[in-house]
Design a protein around this ligand. Structure first.
Ligand SMILES: [Zn+2]
Length: 220
């Protein structure tokens, strides 16, 4: 299943779709990162010819829940555009590649965000739906703001009906919110202008990650 799912992902950056045929029957809580083989090698990054990037990425990986999987290539590019315009970074899931066009100062948040795109892609529908439910509850409680611009602009653009219907835009928002929440938690950035979600809504996200992500062995 996972292999099929991964294989179906296209290679456009900021990819967030998953096959509708895999939409979950809700089963017992699926912890992200269950790895079939506990001895599976830890995923690492490869930054060809860029020692600074390699060192910084490896230092960040040590802060994250361990993840098993094939290596991910990271590379700096002069500029990057996706279908929404200029972007800091893009993850190419099938190619296992992250392209970065951010400043050094923004690197920790951007890298962790992109790394978690790989986590989301392998997390399984049950867990993704669980995180969606958390966001839906936030929305019902009137939460504004987010933990990164990537999630925030999508959140602002969503209509109530799109959320209820779990439209593609809603699912894209949930994916970006997951990655931004991970970056908020793990990148070592205490405060940032893009952390606009109220504290009372941050705590449940932190608790959700503590239960489902932190301490788990992830699969990417
Ligand atoms: Zn993203």
């Amino acid at each position: 299943m996972r292999r099929t799912e991964a294989a179906r992902f296209g290679s456009s950056p900021l990819l967030t779709k998953w096959p509708s045929g895999l939409r979950a029957t809700r089963v017992k809580r699926n912890r992200v990162g269950r790895v079939d083989h506990p001895s599976a090698p830890a995923a690492r990054v490869v930054a060809l010819g860029d020692g600074w990037l390699a060192r910084r990425a490896m230092a960040l990986l040590r802060r994250l829940p361990p993840a098993a999987g094939a290596p991910v290539l990271i590379e700096r590019v002069a500029e990057l555009r996706d279908r929404h315009g200029a972007a800091h970074a893009g993850s190419f899931l099938r190619e296992r590649r992250i392209a970065l066009a951010c400043t050094r100062a923004e690197f920790p948040r951007v890298f962790v965000h992109e790394w978690f795109h790989f986590v989301w892609a392998r997390a399984g529908n049950s867990l993704r739906r669980d995180f969606e439910s958390l966001l839906a509850a936030e929305r019902a409680a009137g939460a504004r703001g987010e933990l990164g611009w990537s999630a925030e602009w999508r959140k602002r653009a969503l209509t109530a009906q799109q959320a209820v219907d779990r439209s593609r835009l809603w699912r894209e928002y949930c994916c970006e919110s997951f990655c931004d929440t991970a970056a908020w938690l793990y990148a070592g950035v205490a405060d940032h202008a893009e952390f606009t979600l109220a504290l009372r809504f941050r705590r449940p996200r932190q608790a959700w990650f503590a239960q489902n992500i932190s301490g788990q062995r992830l699969s990417i």
